[in-house]
Ligand binder design. Structure first.
Ligand code: COI
Length: 347
């Protein structure tokens, strides 16, 4: 692989204690092109803008998908990825659904580890700090013919990360707009899945919520996910999460939380969850906690939700399962505890 390093790191120009998620990027990026049926010219080079034709099909038909993953630094300066091959498998699945070619696992892992090694001085130590890694693929053929592209670019960029939300989060259960439908692309990390959420989310923000809980597109009867995170509900002493399907992202943090909850002996049920069940549980006081899980948010306690113009507040409880599970997850990610699941991958 060709590697061109920057002459002097930009890190000294950045205040790593004060930045918004996803707003600053490390010194280098990975780029690889797909032409004539093959991935060619893999290279790591200084992070920079590049030129692209106005007819590149990504602009017209949105043929693009991405991944979100993180690297963590432990107290001994060792850097760890968390379940990176799962991200690779998922981007291959997303690519297949969007008629894009699979990026090879070996090259994915090589590019990832080389890039992180080169930029590892951007990763701050301490729980909460990490490097957010954004692999993505987009259609690059100069054509507005409405078919899949023949040319693609696969890239990886990296952004230092700390807390995704700095204030308490309330969510709105959506009963009008939909994120995904049966047989659609909701399970994929398709770029357009995110764009389609911005408008209804802005409406929800005006009502004082930070995110939307999406419900099934047929009847808005069942809970799905929240767009940047999967969802967990604690009703009395049972942890509930919806089964993944073609309209819910198969979150890697989600499945890790399920495994950790089971290991902690928490009663965990993966089953369809009706909005009406949540409302009854909130009214009776049986709904103890809601939290989201995702790479960017990690585990995010939710303090309340709105549904059909009524707001429901969650009780402040001792022994929060969200806090417990977040700690267990962080302990593995930051090499604080042992790793019984073999999730850590040393860079
Ligand atoms: C992630 O958690 O990696 C996501 O994909 C959410 C992102 C859109 C911020």
């Amino acid at each position: 692989m060709k590697i061109e390093k920057i002459k002097k790191s930009n890190i000294s120009k950045i205040d790593l204690n004060n930045f918004a998620f996803g707003s600053i990027f490390t010194d280098h990026m990975f780029v690889c092109s797909y032409k004539a049926g093959q991935w060619v010219n893999p290279e790591i080079k200084p992070y920079q803008s590049f030129s692209i034709s106005p007819s590149a099909s990504v602009f017209h038909y949105g043929q693009a998908c991405f991944e979100g993953m993180k690297a963590f630094k432990d107290d001994n300066e060792k850097v760890w990825l968390f379940r990176p091959k799962e991200n690779h498998q998922r981007i291959v699945k997303s690519s297949e659904r969007l008629a894009m070619p699979a990026f090879p696992e070996e090259l994915f892992m090589e590019a990832l580890t080389l890039l992180i090694k080169i930029d590892k001085h951007w990763i701050k130590k301490g729980v909460g700090n990490s490097l957010y890694i954004r692999p993505f693929i987009f259609a690059n053929q100069e054509s507005i013919g409405a078919t899949e592209s023949t040319d693609y670019k696969f890239m990886i960029i990296c952004a230092p990360a700390n807390t995704y939300y700095t204030s308490n989060v309330r969510v709105k259960i959506e009963d009008s707009y939909s994120r995904a439908s049966k047989g659609g692309v909701g399970f994929a990390k398709a770029a357009g899945n995110y764009a389609a959420q911005f408008y209804p989310t802005n409406l929800a923000k005006k009502e004082g919520f930070q995110q939307i809980i999406w419900t099934d597109s047929s009847n808005h009867e069942y809970i799905e996910e929240a767009g940047t995170m999967n969802l967990f509900f604690r009703i009395n002493d049972t942890l509930l999460t919806a089964p993944t399907n073609d309209s819910i992202l198969d979150g890697i943090t989600r499945k890790s939380i399920i495994d950790l909850a089971k290991k902690e002996g928490l009663k965990t049920e993966i089953r369809p969850i009706k909005v009406s069940e949540l409302i009854s549980a909130a009214k009776s006081g049986d709904l103890k906690e809601i939290f989201g899980s995702g790479t960017a948010v990690v585990v995010l306690p939710i303090i309340g939700f709105g549904y059909k113009n009524t707001n429901y507040d969650l009780p402040i409880i001792e022994n929060s399962w969200a806090i417990l599970l977040k700690k267990k997850l962080n302990d593995i990610q930051y090499n604080i505890s042992n790793d019984p699941f073999n999730w850590r991958h040393e860079v």
